[in-house]
Design a protein. Structure first.
Length: 251
């Protein structure tokens, strides 16, 4: 019956998956929201990330927490990793950064496209409606960010994502990168994906990405998020105002 409904509504693949997830979550055997334990990232996954020297690579869970990364990812996404929107363990959350850090509109040149993260969170809410931490994150973003409330109210759903990302990096300037997210099965339940950023061969962006890789290789080792000191609570932040800042000129 659900398949017929999906066909009648002309749902795309992501919307169809979301519909089936909602139906599964609506089964009578409900349980109270719980704080799901995070899945540990196996050493082999970190070795894989570290072996990618010319691609920014990181792993995130369905709540958009970055749970593992390589050195180029930390260098490329330095504004995200250094943001006060990181959690008490110093772990970045992509959605929290995009909607609560005013600098996000400068780092993500096409901020509106980056805000598709709200659609990713809605898909996760369909998969894991009983995840208390996810509910708390959605509540926090809804309270502090009018932009998130607007995106959430649209009920858009997205699961798979790839394309072109334009960034402005404080050290190397403008970058136009190709990104691809791939499913990474770390457990039978929790959703994780591996996201890669790379540049077109021979492009200016490739030269700048190589410079970032070189800088990252010469810097002291940076602790993984779980080992970093606590940061300020996200609730003390001022959400983005919705007006674009002028980016400094690229040299």
């Amino acid at each position: 019956m659900l398949a017929a409904v999906a066909q009648a509504l002309q749902l795309d693949e992501d919307e169809r998956t979301y519909l089936f997830d909602l139906a599964r979550a609506a089964r009578p055997a409900r349980r109270a929201p719980s704080r799901r334990r995070d899945v540990e990232v196996p050493p082999r996954v970190q070795w894989l990330l570290d072996s990618m020297t010319m691609s920014s690579a990181f792993v995130r869970n369905g709540r958009q927490d970055v749970v593992a990364s390589n050195s180029l990812a930390r260098a490329l996404h330095a504004p995200v990793f250094e943001s006060e929107t990181t959690d008490k363990r110093g772990r970045p959350n992509v959605a929290r950064y995009i909607f609560l850090d005013p600098g996000a509109q400068q780092f993500f040149v096409d901020w509106e496209a980056a805000a598709v993260t709200a659609a990713l969170l809605r898909a996760e809410a369909g998969r894991e409606p009983h995840d208390r931490a996810l509910r708390e994150l959605i509540g926090e973003l809804s309270t502090l960010s009018p932009d998130f409330r607007s995106q959430w109210a649209a009920h858009d759903v997205r699961i798979r994502h790839d394309g072109i990302k334009r960034l402005w990096h404080p050290e190397v300037g403008d970058l136009e990168l190709t990104y691809q997210s791939l499913d990474l099965p770390l457990s039978h339940r929790a959703m994780h994906d591996l996201t890669l950023y790379t540049a077109e061969p021979g492009s200016t962006s490739e030269d700048r990405l190589k410079l970032l890789a070189s800088l990252a290789a010469t810097q002291p080792h940076v602790a993984e998020p779980a080992d970093q000191p606590h940061r300020a609570a996200p609730s003390t932040l001022t959400p983005r105002s919705g007006t674009s800042e002028n980016r400094p000129p690229t040299s």
